[in-house]
Ligand binder design. Structure first.
Ligand code: NAD
Length: 290
């Protein structure tokens, strides 16, 4: 089991991966590009721990110890003693490649690497590093503390012992593993994102309003969240990035991102994380924006 784990990116996913790892006694090193981003991530860690404490899932001492187990930095040297580093930065292949380039010179020879990418080829990301055999796709779901699944993806060069180490890690965190082959979007997003895109097309073409589409899918198909609510929760920039990978890598027009999604991202309306997407989150109750 990994004893010291690095996490790159302190956003929605990175802070959650840091939180669940620290709660299981793992020493965590958390890096982001700025102190501001780190502070925002650590505030979310604090709130997440407080929520679990309030629900009686953990004791205050566990929450305090977990918080203290997370060391933060903007300097890659913080990863020097890590057994494994997981990259959970924005869904952009250039950004991820650049991170691995900066990161690997600081790692010990045995250290393993993972990406939490939602869609990008694990084989390609692994090949951009100095250790493709020690690289694995480790795709947590959002929110990390609440969601049971981790998708594990072998790249072409992933060694069996690497895969086994990530399986052990995911299971030690109390998660259930589903194995996906290395195809764009893996299993979850290959199926989920076309549905979300279709919901946005339905809105774009006037088939229904935001409320009608989400109500129809919640009550008509027993989804806990409507597809537009879910898109806002994932982040519309992340949804567009995943669809662009599906569209580009599978070269099939059925994955063409809806122009309305592109417009929302261009406007900076990225969903819950910016306070506005298909819903406006400035009041207590989210209000549809169309
Ligand atoms: P986010 O926008 O909440 O956070 C991204 C973080 O990465 C930000 O804090 C940003 O400052 C940081 N970052 C950007 N460039 C960086 C760099 N060069 N070095 C270090 N940090 C950098 O995004 P997120 O939702 O946490 O997504 C992160 C990854 O997880 C993406 O690959 C995404 O596809 C994947 N993912 C997202 C979800 C979801 O529902 N949002 C679910 C599963 C996986």
């Amino acid at each position: 089991m990994f004893k010291t784990v690095g996490v790159v990116g302190a956003g929605q996913m990175g802070h959650g991966i840091a939180l669940v790892s620290a709660l299981k006694g793992v020493e965590v090193k958390l890096l982001d590009v700025s102190q501001e981003a780190i502070d925002a991530g650590m505030e979310k860690v604090r709130q997440g721990l407080e929520r679990q404490e309030a629900r009686g899932v953990i004791a205050q001492a566990d929450a305090d110890a977990a918080y203290k187990r997370i060391e933060t930095s903007t300097d890659y040297a913080v990863f020097k003693d890590c057994d494994m580093v997981i990259e959970a930065a924005s869904e952009n292949e250039e950004v991820k490649r650049d991170i691995f380039k900066k990161l690997t010179p600081h790692l010990g020879a045995q250290a393993m690497l993972a990406s939490n990418t939602s869609s990008i080829s694990i084989t390609r990301l692994a090949a951009s590093t100095d250790r493709p055999a020690q690289f694995c796709g480790c795709h947590f779901m959002n929110p990390v503390p609440a969601m049971q699944l981790v998708e594990l993806i072998r790249g072409l060069a992933t060694a069996e012992e690497t895969f086994a180490a990530f399986q052990e890690y995911a299971e030690a965190l109390g998660k259930t593993v589903a194995v996906s082959e290395d195809f764009p979007g893996f299993i979850v997003n290959r199926i989920l994102l076309p549905m979300i895109n279709e919901a946005i097309y339905a809105l774009y073409e006037g088939v229904g309003t935001v409320t009608a589409i989400d109500t129809a899918m919640k009550l008509g198909t027993k989804h806990p969240l409507g597809p537009l609510e879910l898109a806002d929760f994932i982040g519309l920039d992340t949804c567009l990035a995943i669809l662009s990978v599906l569209h580009g890598d599978l070269a099939d027009t059925k994955y063409r991102p809806c122009p309305l999604l592109v417009k929302y991202v261009e406007a900076g309306w990225l969903g819950v994380k910016t306070g506005r997407g298909f819903y406006d989150y400035s009041q207590d109750t989210p209000r549809p924006t169309r």
